[in-house]
Design a protein around this ligand. Structure first.
Ligand code: UTP
Length: 475
């Protein structure tokens, strides 16, 4: 009873006593469950977040000294020439020593795609319809064969998709991977807030509405789940971080790994890949420098005049678009978790969240965005690295995201990019690929990671001499 009183007082102080409005209507187990959810909320932190992100919604300020981030050009040329072969060989060594793990953040809700299931299960292979998870699993199998070492795979889920994700892997027999090398763990959640009042929303009378705490929540979840400990026991010190929705990503890139580990201006804590932005309006974050530190400025925060500023040669001044591909050291994730000064900030997103109407007790399916979700972003960790580097990569080679049901970054665009990438790889070893007048492949092509993880790994002997116009081929 005393406990109940103190809980009530805490809720009242935080302006959240409505969470108990339907308490008396719940049965005993429902009451217990609701109390446990309330106790899990960080009431020391929440009021400040509500003040900042709901009541005042202070706009992000962009530092005055913002300048474009330097980056390593992918061909080793450009303003800071570098020896691609040397770094590649360093990366190959690390992979051969089994020091690199893959890490997929797959806890998002995938609301834009509108697929009923974890996004990683979405049929994505342009010929076979393989799921995203299978595409990555096959790349890992290819990498394990190429480097002769285990590549453990860590997959972050959320409470919304954890069980379904695990069942999917079990149903597909882990796509041929050793289940002992595939680890799943859940990310944390944050309460979803009413966008006008800052009150925590109730999903039903006994359940708080929550949302996954953003891909930035992965850095805490890696620690809390024991994944970091597991990595250390396996001798892994480098984490290859990528998003679940990008089938073209090179998840074990020796050049990137070598550069991250050994470039003179890298502290080997957190490194990133970039693609040159297609234009000022492209909606990707941009790598910048300020106060001597690298950081990503979100596209919505970069002032128009900076986003459209050009160099003398006509290229965009703020060119380096972030595609959410990073290498992160185990030690850096430990530092982020142990040093309070490295706490990642929260960002707000306005979304539609079904909830209970507090007056009527009925469930409402909002037609307009009604809620604020608070999320952390992984790239906010970059400025906490002593020295962080950026490597340019090629858009077709590494960026074919499936975000939307149609249009930009949809399954259609991803299929085209998968085919174009496969076409280039095949042509690089002499296979003739039919192309239309506009240069696009006149065929549909899909290359499995089991076949090769880079063009040089394609075995010419088992390839056709040419692809017929209109053919649909999986290799
Ligand atoms: P997105 O920003 O595309 O979000 O996530 P989303 O939730 O997948 O999709 P929408 O916005 O609802 O349509 C980028 C990556 O970060 C992961 C996603 O799974 C995806 O791989 N992510 C995002 C998480 O793992 N957890 C989160 O809380 C948010």
């Amino acid at each position: 009873m005393l406990k109940m009183d103190s809980l009530l007082a805490r809720l009242e102080r935080a302006g959240q006593s409505h969470l108990l409005r339907f308490f008396d209507e719940l049965d005993e187990s429902g009451k217990k469950a609701l109390l446990a959810q309330i106790e899990a909320i960080d009431f020391d932190l929440l009021p400040e977040l509500i003040e900042r992100h709901v009541r005042s919604n202070a706009q992000a300020t962009v530092p005055d000294d913002l300048e474009p981030a330097p980056y390593y050009a992918r061909d080793g040329q450009g303003a800071r020439p570098w020896d691609v072969r040397k770094y590649r060989s360093i990366g190959v060594d690390l992979l051969e020593q089994g020091r690199v793990a893959c890490f997929t953040v797959a806890g998002g809700q995938g609301s834009r795609l509108g697929y009923d299931g974890p996004k990683g299960c979405f049929p994505t292979g342009c010929v076979t319809g393989k799921s995203l998870f299978q595409i990555f699993a096959e790349k890992i199998r290819g990498a394990e064969r190429t480097f002769g070492a285990d590549v453990p795979w860590y997959i972050m889920t959320s409470p919304l998709n954890h069980d379904e994700t695990r069942r999917f892997f079990a149903r597909w027999d882990y796509f041929g991977l050793d289940p002992a090398n595939v680890m799943f763990f859940m990310q944390g959640t944050m309460p979803s807030l009413d966008k006008n009042t800052g009150q925590i929303l109730l999903a039903d009378k006994g359940t708080i509405a929550t949302n996954p705490d953003g891909h930035g929540g992965s850095l805490k979840a890696l620690h809390v789940s024991g994944a970091l400990e597991d990595m250390k026991q396996r001798g892994v010190d480098t984490i290859s971080y990528f998003q679940v929705d990008n089938p073209n990503v090179n998840i074990t890139d020796p050049v990137f790994i070598g550069l991250h580990a050994a470039a003179p201006d890298s502290s080997a804590e957190m490194s990133s890949k970039m693609v040159p932005k297609t234009g000022p309006e492209e909606k990707v974050g941009v790598f910048c420098r300020s106060g001597g530190k690298l950081r990503v400025i979100e596209y919505s925060d970069l002032p128009c005049e900076l986003a459209s500023a050009r160099n003398e040669d006509g290229s965009l001044r703020f060119l380096a678009g972030s595609i959410a591909i990073h290498l992160i050291s185990v030690a850096f994730v430990e530092k982020i978790n142990s040093d309070a000064a490295c706490a990642l900030p929260y960002h707000r997103a306005i979304k539609k969240v079904p909830c209970i109407d507090l007056e009527t007790g009925r469930r409402v399916e909002p037609t307009e965005p009604n809620a604020i979700k608070l999320e952390r972003f992984v790239f906010d960790a970059i400025p906490f690295a002593e020295q962080s580097i950026v490597l340019e990569t090629d858009r077709i080679e590494e960026f074919a995201p499936v975000k939307n049901a149609t249009g930009v970054d949809s399954i259609e665009t991803s299929h085209r990019l998968q085919t174009e990438k496969a076409a280039r790889w095949l042509e690089s070893v002499g296979v003739k690929v039919p192309r239309r007048d506009d240069g696009t492949p006149d065929c549909v092509l899909e290359l499995s990671g089991i076949t090769a993880i880079e063009p040089a790994g394609l075995d010419r002997a088992s390839l056709p001499d040419k692809i017929e116009p209109g053919a649909v081929v999986a290799i």
